[in-house]
Design a protein around this ligand. Structure first.
Ligand code: SF4
Ligand code: SF4
Length: 207
């Protein structure tokens, strides 16, 4: 008898949960026709980014990403021209050995390489997974990114204002004026007595 009651309780509980989901949209995705949107920062595949205005690659061929890659999946060839600047002639990513670590994106200072939230690139030939510069650029065309902020020139230091009574750029403190020389240097040297004597003589003469 007790087991029958327990069975009825469980049945009601199950029907209640089923009833809560009635009328809601289905959570089943019609894969592969439908796909879940990937998080923006998910590491799907390596792509190259282009300038939004000119459409040219942001890559400056500095090769930092190639040095940072732990699996040597990136291969770059950029010989210097007559003007000593590097010209990017080859940029390949071998997706068969890429481990999707994202270190190449971390190393790049020019917003030129990114892990895009894309997936499903299986093929029958391994050679098709080695993507060249043009393929990487095409794959990155619709990938949103924040361009690298352009550096502003450093402001020029403003010279300090000259103090009053001190023209030019000399900022040293102004020395106080020296006391003027005595009118009768001899009297000053002789002291106050000589001065008194002279005063007495003068009085006698006047009398
Ligand atoms: S993708 Fe970035 S790090 Fe790699 S070579 Fe180009 S500018 Fe340098
Ligand atoms: S994600 Fe990692 S393994 Fe793949 S190319 Fe970039 S640095 Fe190399």
């Amino acid at each position: 008898m007790l087991s029958i009651v327990k069975g009825i309780v469980e049945l009601v509980r199950g029907m209640t949960i089923t009833g809560k989901h009635l009328g809601k949209h289905a959570v089943t995705l019609q894969y592969p026709e439908e796909k879940w949107p990937m998080p923006e920062r998910s590491r799907g595949i390596v792509v190259l980014l282009s300038d939004k205005e000119t459409g040219e690659l942001n890559c400056t061929a500095c090769m930092l990403c190639m040095r940072a890659c732990p699996t040597a999946a990136i291969s770059i060839d950029a010989p210097r021209g007559e003007d000593k600047k590097r010209r990017l002639v080859k940029f390949e990513v071998d997706n068969t050995i890429c481990c999707f670590c994202g270190l190449c994106e971390e190393a790049c200072n020019f917003a030129a390489i990114k892990m895009a939230p894309k997936y499903e690139f299986s093929t029958e030939n391994k050679e098709d997974l080695v993507w060249d510069m043009h393929k990487l650029q095409e794959m990155g065309r619709d990938v949103p990114y924040e361009p690298r902020p352009k550096k502003k020139p450093a402001p020029k230091p403003t010279p300090p204002k000259p103090e009053a009574g001190n023209s030019g750029s000399d900022t040293r403190p102004v020395e106080p004026p020296k006391p003027s020389a005595p009118v009768n240097p001899g009297a000053a040297e002789a002291g106050p007595e000589a001065s008194e004597e002279k005063t007495d003589d003068t009085k006698e003469g006047e009398a």
